[in-house]
Design a binder for this molecule. Structure first.
Ligand SMILES: [Zn+2]
Length: 197
């Protein structure tokens, strides 16, 4: 018979994406066998992440304060704004060190079949950010799949009439590929080879 606390841990771990029952069990045994400090550090880190990490009120990336370090950094070029689907994409682009501007995280892409329309994304906030006229170029870095392309098209139609330069990252990325998993060199090429829409 498996002790209840172990069952509970396995059940919680199995709720994580990509973790099946078997892997959950293996992880639980690992935690059980490790020195007790590991379990304490792990549970502390899990709690801290939900208690301390939130979304930047300007770009909607992750932050511990109201504004994220990137929004506060005066060395970042405020004339260029890179629009991404999710936080993982923003992190992947930032890792390339190719982009010196600022970001805006949409937290999704347009997907009418899944009920995701413009109101479900951080689009209103994007438009508000563009009001002061400091941004000159919006680089749309959504994934090269159907929803990502549809979102790019939607943004182009919305932003071009506002007199903004709208560009799309180059197709160095495989169609249907996931930006967050692209290697930094490919992603850097896609950024520098962006074309105006
Ligand atoms: Zn920010």
């Amino acid at each position: 018979m498996t002790p209840d606390p172990l069952n509970r841990l396995v059940a919680e771990l199995a709720k994580l994406p990509g973790i099946g029952e078997k892997t959950a069990q293996r992880l639980a045994f690992h935690i059980l066998r490790a020195p007790p400090e590991y379990a304490r550090d792990l549970s502390k880190a899990v709690l801290e992440v939900v208690e301390k990490v939130r979304l930047c009120s300007r770009c909607f990336a992750l932050t511990e304060a109201d504004l994220c370090p990137l929004c506060l950094d005066p060395r970042r070029d405020e004339s260029a704004l890179c629009v991404v689907e999710g936080i993982a994409d923003q992190m992947a682009i930032e890792k390339t060190r190719e982009f010196k501007g600022r970001y805006h995280v949409l937290h999704g892409v347009l997907s009418p079949l899944d009920g995701v329309g413009p109101d479900q994304l951080r689009l209103k906030e994007l438009l508000t950010r563009l009001e002061d006229g400091r941004v000159e170029e919006v680089i749309v870095a959504t994934n090269p799949d159907i929803e990502g392309e549809a979102t790019a098209l939607y943004l182009t139609r919305l932003l071009k009439p506002m007199g903004l330069k709208v560009s799309r990252i180059a197709q160095g990325l495989p169609m249907g590929g996931d930006l967050e998993f692209a290697d930094p060199a490919t992603l850097a090429r896609a950024l520098s080879g962006r074309r105006e829409l």
